[in-house]
Design a protein around this ligand. Structure first.
Ligand SMILES: Cc1cc2nc3c(=O)[nH]c(=O)nc-3n(C[C@H](O)[C@H](O)[C@H](O)COP(=O)(O)O)c2cc1C
Length: 348
């Protein structure tokens, strides 16, 4: 039914429905509990490795619903400090023939103080909450740090981790902040400013693009870690359009591509990152994960945690417990006694 509607309308209706307790109860599908799936990473406990990626609950409207759907953690955002409308619609496109989405939302955000009000109203969500931050469209890169710090001030107390988003393709110039020197300076400031909240030191992760050449990517990641980053989120959407089956009217839309066609590139990025950073900082693997086999492959490619967005659109909420159960099974089959043991198993 949702696929019969305009994609952004379907998105808004879904979020509105998730505000209703009876809808959440009807969809509630607790993920199986398996002690082998548990991890403690950057000072937070994760019941299993599957989380909701940024962009679905940009404004922190229904954070508790994601826990009820079986996610072990959720990333709110991207949030900008000041409210902004984002790009004009249409800005969200389904590519069913490719099990993919193109979006060019461009950080539509109600602004960090309104998101803080939503999160305060939601209370304790029961799972770790990441908050993904970006700069406003009209803020030049030279002044970007002030945007991240302003949003951080409003949202620090609700976060279990912060993500510095410098990899969205939909805010002109943003990806230039991934350049090593710029990134180090930005991350250093955010880490210093993040400080502590009630749960302890607040970890800062950096979300990277799948479109960077390996050498540049590694230089950036080194800079981020020198700047104090506690983890990496890999990857954001891609501007590449190779090998798609959908018609040009869809594949030709400007924006970031997510879903099945991103899987290979996102997995390769994970492998490249893990081969370089090892276990110095955890990697959150995201991009094209639809099945337990995809999740296990990403963990073996170096991810400590995984996230998904597009699979939820195509498969519905049942995909979450299905993946969690399947991860337990593939760990057992491959002879691993825990997720932690499987991380990076395929990386030389
Ligand atoms: C409609 C849409 C909006 C998104 N918005 C954001 C965002 O605001 N910030 C962000 O860091 N990533 C955003 N993403 C990227 C996802 O978090 C994720 O990195 C990407 O979609 C790859 O995962 P997937 O293939 O499981 O969807 C968005 C993705 C989609 C499909």
């Amino acid at each position: 039914m949702l696929f019969a509607l305009d994609p952004e309308r379907a998105h808004n209706l879904t979020l509105a429905a998730l505000r209703r307790p009876f809808v959440v109860r009807a969809l509630t599908a607790p993920s199986p509990r398996d002690p082998r799936l548990r991890q403690r990473l950057f000072g937070r406990d994760f019941q299993h490795p599957v989380g909701l990626a940024a962009g679905l609950d940009k404004h922190g409207t229904v954070p508790a619903a994601w826990a009820a759907l079986g996610f072990a953690f959720v990333e709110i955002g991207t949030v900008t400090p000041r409210p902004q409308p984002g790009n004009p619609p249409p800005r969200l496109f389904r590519l069913p023939a490719d099990r993919a989405i193109v979006n060019r939302f461009g950080f539509n955000s109600i602004g960090s103080s309104a998101v803080a009000r939503n999160l305060a109203a939601a209370g304790n969500v029961g799972i770790p909450l990441g908050i993904n931050l970006g700069r406003n469209r009209d803020t030049p890169n030279e002044a970007a740090a002030a945007d991240y710090l302003a949003a951080l001030d409003e949202l620090r107390s609700f976060a279990d981790y912060i993500v510095v988003n410098v990899s969205s393709p939909n805010t002109a110039g943003l990806r230039a902040l991934q350049e090593a020197r710029a990134l180090r300076a930005l991350v250093e400031q955010v880490v210093r400013h993040a400080g502590q909240n009630a749960a302890g030191p607040l970890p800062v992760l950096v979300k990277v693009s799948p479109d960077m050449p390996a050498a540049e990517l590694l230089a950036s990641v080194d800079a981020a870690i020198e700047g104090g980053a506690s983890g990496l989120v890999a990857t954001n959407t891609t501007v590449a359009r190779e090998g798609l089956a959908s018609p040009p009217a869809l594949t030709g839309q400007a924006g970031g591509l997510s879903g099945a066609p991103l899987k290979t590139r996102a997995t390769e990025t994970c492998t490249i990152l893990y081969a370089h950073v090892g276990r110095r900082v955890p990697i959150v693997g995201v991009g094209g994960i639809f099945t337990a086999a995809d999740a296990c492959q990403r963990i073996r490619a170096g991810a400590s945690l995984v996230q998904l967005y597009t699979a939820l659109v195509y498969e519905g909420p049942g995909v979450v417990p299905r993946i969690v159960r399947g991860v337990s099974e593939c760990l057992a089959r491959d002879g691993f006694s825990s997720v932690s043991e499987a991380i990076g198993a395929d990386v030389k």
